[in-house]
Design a protein around this ligand. Structure first.
Ligand code: 6PG
Length: 261
């Protein structure tokens, strides 16, 4: 079932650097607040290139790094490419290089997708089991991650939910091996209901090459099979779009929010 779209909450910033800083501040604040009432914090990391600077700031900026109790954070991934973990295209590799290898996080807190497994369905099933064990939930229940980070591709995909791909309408499975025609390859991805069940969703979009798609996604008609990112609609939590000016150049955003150009 596709829920009616809520009015998007947008943080408009000058550029990719400002976007990474703004997202880092919100995330660190959310971690501190959440850990007042629970022992551990679970976060789903996104891949691609956009979050690299955010990860580097969290690990390297003294004002941020020291505010994060790294041993209480558990890291998961929203999607993974079918490559080994030391491959330059691996989402795990990017996050490890930029952040996880630089901070005191116990290896047991790092829950990577084993997407290099030649059996893609098996890799997806094993990751679903890992999530179920972590959250102590049964098959059929949805996990509630504290935070999900997402990006958007120029074709409107998010995580590895690509336009027209089989995983788009999935309502029951947590993780799928999703066939992506344009890459002639499977990707392993969490499904939309998992993302939508999170406490906080931060969606980062940067760069003018995404401006047309962003306008279609945020200001035009709903077409969630064409623009899978439109399927991201929090069920109970909060969702914030972080946009830099080049990405948002076709949108008209003022203090009251978004209107169309
Ligand atoms: C991936 C992602 C993907 C990404 C977008 C944006 O594995 O590619 O998780 O959904 O977030 O494609 O990627 P960029 O940040 O590189 O533009």
């Amino acid at each position: 079932m596709i829920m009616a779209a809520k009015k998007p909450k947008i943080r408009l910033v000058a550029d990719a650097e400002a976007m990474s800083r703004a997202a880092a501040d919100i995330l660190v604040e959310h971690i501190s607040k959440s850990l007042q009432t629970r022992d551990v914090y679970s976060i789903v990391l996104s891949g691609g290139s956009t979050p690299r600077r955010l990860y580097a700031l969290l690990a390297g900026d003294p004002g941020l790094r020291g505010r994060i109790p790294w041993d209480r954070i558990h890291f998961f991934w929203g999607d993974e490419r079918r490559v080994p973990p030391d491959h330059p295209e691996s989402n795990y590799h990017m996050a490890f290089e930029a952040m996880l290898s630089r901070v005191p996080v116990p290896p047991a807190n790092i829950h990577r997708m084993r997407a290099e497994n030649p059996d893609a369905d098996k890799a997806a099933g094993e990751y679903a089991q890992e999530i179920q064990q972590f959250f102590d939930i049964d098959a059929g229940e949805m996990p509630c991650f504290n935070c999900v980070l997402l990006g958007m591709g120029s074709d409107g995909h998010t995580a590895s939910l690509f336009p027209g791909s089989p995983a788009l309408g999935e309502q029951n499975r947590l993780v799928m091996a999703n066939w992506v025609d344009k890459y002639r390859s499977f990707r392993i991805t969490l499904t939309a209901p998992v993302f939508n069940n999170a406490d906080l969703i931060l969606l980062l979009v940067s760069g003018s090459q995404k401006a047309d798609t962003l306008k279609a996604v945020l200001a035009d008609v709903r077409a969630p099979d064409r623009y899978p990112v439109q399927r991201i609609q929090p069920k109970h939590g909060r969702m914030l779009w972080f946009l830099d000016r080049p990405a948002a150049k076709r949108l008209d955003i003022d203090r009251r929010g978004l209107s169309c150009d």
